[in-house]
Design a protein around this ligand. Structure first.
Ligand code: C2E
Ligand code: MG
Ligand code: MG
Ligand code: MG
Length: 282
């Protein structure tokens, strides 16, 4: 068995390779085909406003239905797609699908909430994001304020001024921007007042140990800061009722997590929304 990629560039699995590496190589090999063969689907997870007791929006989360490996989660294949550049086509597909499906639930199901799409930092380096968004909006005829993008702090490692320029153009379309996993990355607290964003999403690590006074102090500081900048605060990873109580006391009123719903298929949104409504009336 050869130890590295052969001269003909086909992959060669060696005995020393771990299961993980073999799987990663398989994913890399199969990724171009996945797009062509329509092997991706989006699941949607609601964000719930506890102050108004109403739906705040949905986040789109990509899944790969691999013909042999079953459902592959995004943490496994998004990094691979980023590495080989396929992320641009994946993002194009995600934006188009999310816009189309959001248009559908707004016209057929009377749900007027926006959809949020996760965008990798590398999209800003390619400079193609604006065009992809514009195209997805035009194609779906979705109202631009029904689309949101979720970006992460790690993108601030790149040319910040260029990113701000790109974000401003995107926001001029009417699209909203939120900062995902806030508080975990190369913290962009110092940039919050210059970044053109609408919301911050408190990372799940804060919700995890919310009994700890130190975590509460950090959450509260973030909330005060966000409010002074007129940003919404969304808590990620809300699993338990006690999380909600703590978060509300600290001034956070938009929740997302398994407590409300796991990410669900598009076809189930309608049912979930009507059940949610029914349970509120009771
Ligand atoms: P994220 O954007 O921070 O999404 C939150 C992740 O936490 C999702 O995992 C979601 O299913 C999970 N989650 C939600 N509520 C709870 C909870 O109460 N408890 C726990 N333990 N987990 C919860 P998922 O779907 O596996 O996505 C992981 C990450 O992959 C996302 O993190 C996002 O960064 C990335 N991702 C997902 N879809 C896309 C996409 O279409 N494009 C790109 N570029 N990245 C994506
Ligand atoms: Mg997200
Ligand atoms: Mg997140
Ligand atoms: Mg997170």
């Amino acid at each position: 068995i050869a130890k590295r990629k052969g001269k003909n560039q086909y992959c060669v699995y060696t005995e020393e390779m771990g299961v993980k590496e073999v799987r990663r190589m398989e994913l890399e090999k199969d990724l171009p085909r996945a797009l062509e063969d329509d092997q991706f689907h989006l699941e949607y997870q609601p964000k719930w406003n506890v102050k108004t007791n109403s739906l705040y929006g949905f986040e789109a989360l990509i899944r790969w239905d691999h013909p042999r490996l079953g459902v592959v989660p995004p943490i496994e294949f998004i990094p691979v797609a980023e590495e080989n550049g396929i992320i641009v086509s994946v993002t194009k597909w995600t934006l188009e699908t999310a816009c189309k499906q959001c248009y559908e639930w707004s016209t057929h199901q009377g749900l007027n909430q926006p959809v949020a799409v996760n965008v990798s930092p590398s999209l800003f380096q390619t400079g193609t994001l604006y065009e992809l968004i514009k195209h997805a909006l035009d194609q779906s005829t979705l109202d631009p304020d029904k689309l949101e993008i979720e970006i992460t702090e790690s993108m601030m490692l790149h040319d910040v001024e260029d990113i701000i320029r790109q974000l401003n153009r995107i926001r001029q379309l009417g699209v909203k921007v939120s900062m995902d996993d806030f508080g975990t990355g190369y913290s962009s607290i110092g940039l919050l007042d210059t970044l053109p964003i609408n919301a911050v999403k408190l990372d799940r690590i804060f919700t995890q140990d919310i009994e700890k006074p130190s975590k509460q102090a950090i959450i509260q500081a973030i909330i005060v800061l966000a409010e002074s900048l007129d940003l919404d605060v969304v808590a990620e990873g809300v699993e338990l009722e006690k999380d909600i109580d703590y978060l509300m006391k600290l001034g956070c009123f938009v929740m997302q997590g398994y407590y409300y719903s796991k990410p669900m298929k598009f076809e189930h949104i309608d049912e979930w929304a009507s059940q949610r409504e029914a349970s509120l009336i009771k």
